[in-house]
Design a protein around this ligand. Structure first.
Ligand SMILES: *Cc1c(COP(=O)(O)O)cnc(C)c1O
Length: 397
């Protein structure tokens, strides 16, 4: 006589046939059963032909991968536990001892920290280049360069590079180009078709943590390619490094993804309205928003994103140099709707003051501003309420 606990654990279950609903079914698994030993021996975790182990994918993770590939125009996708992990995966898949990686000086900071703190331990060197100067990238490409990162725009300082030109340089030299596409999110431009002729980056990574999640409650990253050979290399490294993700988080992103275009456009609309308003304030020396004239790389944004007219919900301002950094801190503390916190893409507006001088390599390109920089991530609040909050905090200066 079997005990009830055994019958409970072996309770019959088969996924419902002929059940259709808006949300896909959610499958949680570390273990995946094989029908027999022959099927187990014949397992193939390198393709989506079958299921072998939770770490190598479930119907739920495959669904999210396929939807993200649809959004960004890639053909293959891998999921990792954070946006930073997607940068690490690409780095470890394509770099070995003696190689060099080129990173824009205005890149997402932890990408540079990965190179300094981890890649260097493996004898992999890195050099920083000026994202706004393709000639600087051209001059720094060498026999040892095996990977070039591009990012549009720069994470905090918002310079928009000539992405097609940077990527063309990599292609001409046969060097893998990888884009941090967290800002574009697959919406502002097509990473795999930058110029309308099907030429694009080799790899596009995203922090799904931002717009795809949209809630400030999930950490996840994606790595997309259109190239089977590159995907195979990434998949091998992914498997060896053991990057697993929680299915509950995958479910959350699947739930948020259908509204991403609406949310992105709403963040964008409010951000541009507030950025333009801040341009008219005497306290602000410069507004850095790629869709605004006078912002560094604006013409590059116009060329790449102008037809879609999209620009995310992120911008920075440089305060007039007459305001000490303590005063700018007080401005940030005086905001009430804007909360102090990292990341972006959620419903709540965020603000972070930065000391750019500490973040940049002056030998690459001098940072031209003296005042303190503050970055805003515009949420989904009413834009008039956000403007009033900014106004009262500026008065407090
Ligand atoms: C947030 C972010 C990342 C990292 O994402 P996490 O999920 O926080 O690790 C990478 N690149 C850019 C541009 C980001 O904004």
């Amino acid at each position: 006589m079997r005990k009830p606990i055994t019958d409970l654990i072996h309770h019959p279950y088969s996924p419902p046939a002929r059940f259709a609903a808006p949300q896909p079914g959610i499958y949680k698994a570390s273990t995946v059963f094989f029908a027999d030993v022959a099927a187990m021996r014949a397992r193939d975790w390198k393709t989506k032909a079958g299921y072998t182990y939770g770490l190598h994918g479930t119907p739920t993770t495959f669904t999210l991968e396929e939807r993200l590939a649809t959004l960004e125009g890639g053909s293959e996708c891998l999921l990792v536990p954070s946006g930073l992990a997607s940068i690490a995966l690409v780095s470890f898949a394509f770099l070995k001892t003696g190689d060099e990686v080129l990173i824009p000086d205005n890149a997402y900071g932890p990408n540079k920290a990965l190179a300094t703190g981890e890649l260097a331990n493996f004898g992999i060197t890195h050099r920083l280049y000026d994202a706004l100067d393709p000639a600087d990238l051209a001059a720094k490409l060498s026999e040892r360069t095996k990977l070039v990162w591009v990012e549009a725009p720069g994470s905090v300082t918002m310079e928009f590079p000539d992405l097609p030109a940077l990527v063309a340089l990599c292609r001409a030299r046969g060097v893998v180009s990888a884009l941090d596409n967290t800002w574009g999110a697959g919406l502002a431009f097509a990473p795999f078709d930058l110029d309308g002729t099907g030429q694009g980056v080799d790899i596009s990574v995203q922090a799904l943590t931002k717009y795809p999640s949209g809630g400030g409650d999930v950490l996840m990253g994606s790595v997309l390619t259109r190239d089977e050979r590159l995907h195979r290399a990434l998949k091998l490294t992914h498997m060896r490094m053991g990057f697993g993700i929680g299915v509950g988080d995958v479910e959350t992103v699947l739930r948020s993804l259908p509204s991403i275009a609406l949310r992105y456009a709403a963040h964008d609309r409010s951000a541009r309205e507030l950025a333009r308003w801040l341009q008219g304030r005497a306290e602000i020396a410069q507004v850095l928003h790629p869709a605004l004239e006078g912002s560094p790389g604006h013409v590059n944004w116009l060329r790449l994103c102008g037809s879609r007219d999209l620009a995310a919900g992120l911008f920075s301002v440089v305060f007039d140099a007459s305001y000490a950094s303590e005063q700018v801190d007080r401005f940030c503390d005086s905001l009430s709707l804007f909360r102090l916190g990292y990341s972006w893409g959620g419903p709540i507006s965020l603000v972070v003051p930065y000391d750019i001088g500490l973040m940049r390599d002056a030998s690459v390109a001098a940072w031209p501003h003296k005042g303190t920089l503050v970055r805003f991530s515009i949420g989904l609040e009413d834009v008039d309420d956000l403007r009033a909050d900014l106004e009262q905090a500026l008065e407090a200066l």
